[in-house]
Design a protein around this ligand. Structure first.
Ligand SMILES: [Zn+2]
Length: 280
């Protein structure tokens, strides 16, 4: 086993898809067709994601970033072919850690400190003192509604803005799987309080995802930072839809949080929902 294999936890999801998880928490996905493969997201970039992916497939791989948050674009600079929604890149085609926002409560330095404190080791060649996420350049635009043909496997890009202005999900109708990025997570707060977040767009997104589910387009939802949801667990989509609508209708109580950026903290379906202080 080399350092790359050690760093990423690689789970085979099917005979043509994998989950590669970094640091136990930053999930990315690899979907393989007959002629091409699509890597969905790039994690925090602490390891050699490109090497790990190349060790799994023989066909050319391109990278789709679901959105530009640092824990999704970290290793993007390792790939030649990178795409993202236009609202998540700069005018000159770059994706940087702050292209939409850098006001995260938890950044790369926090992860490094926690990982060290837990007594865990980093990949060979990693230098915690100098680590910075490099920008990715030459990033092209990806559009919701687009079909991505991998050869014998067609994927559809679905717009799921709200958490981030141009967030994209990837739908594999043949498998009944939606790769939903940061759409929602079980046992995890829902963040709608960062710059670029929009609760109105979030409600539209949840409606779109619910409709796709009800139409039978998928019954498995892979997400970036928690376990996969399927079957009845997907009721969480309806719970959030109802909860966010109730927040917008002023029907829910909240507390103001202490941390920056300041947020309203609501509770929906047993989960905390953080919104901007002026949400309604
Ligand atoms: Zn995110």
């Amino acid at each position: 086993m080399n350092a790359t294999d050690d760093w990423y936890d690689i789970d085979r999801l099917s005979d043509h898809s994998y989950r590669l998880t970094e640091g136990g928490v930053f999930g990315t996905f690899l979907i393989v067709g007959d002629e091409r493969a699509l890597q969905v997201d790039a994690g925090g970039g602490f390891g050699d994601l490109r090497g790990a992916v190349d060790g799994l497939v023989e066909v050319p791989v391109s990278l789709l970033l679901t959105h530009s948050h640092w824990d999704h674009m970290g290793a993007a600079h390792q790939f030649e072919s990178v795409r993202i929604h236009d609202r998540e890149r700069t005018a000159d085609g770059r994706v940087t850690t702050d292209v939409v926002t850098d006001e995260f409560g938890y950044g790369p330095a926090d992860f490094i400190a926690d990982w060290k404190a837990a007594g865990e080791s980093f990949p060979d060649g990693f230098d915690a003192e100098t680590f910075e996420i490099p920008p990715a350049a030459g990033v092209e635009a990806a559009e919701p509604g687009e079909t991505v043909d991998l050869g014998g496997r067609e994927l559809e890009l679905v717009g799921v803005p709200g958490h981030s202005p141009g967030q994209l999900a990837v739908l594999d109708r043949a498998d009944g799987v939606l790769y939903g990025a940061d759409l929602l997570h079980r046992d995890h707060d829902l963040y709608i309080h960062f710059e670029g977040c929009d609760i109105h767009e979030y409600v539209e997104t949840l409606r779109r995802v619910r409709d796709l589910h009800e139409a039978g387009a998928f019954d498995t939802l892979h997400v970036s930072h928690a376990h996969t949801l399927s079957g009845e667990e997907l009721g969480l989509v309806d719970d959030y839809l109802e909860g966010l609508q109730a927040i917008l209708d002023g029907e829910r109580g909240y507390e103001l949080t202490e941390e920056e950026p300041q947020a309203r903290r609501y509770e929906v379906a047993g989960h905390a929902v953080l919104t901007k202080p002026d949400v309604v």
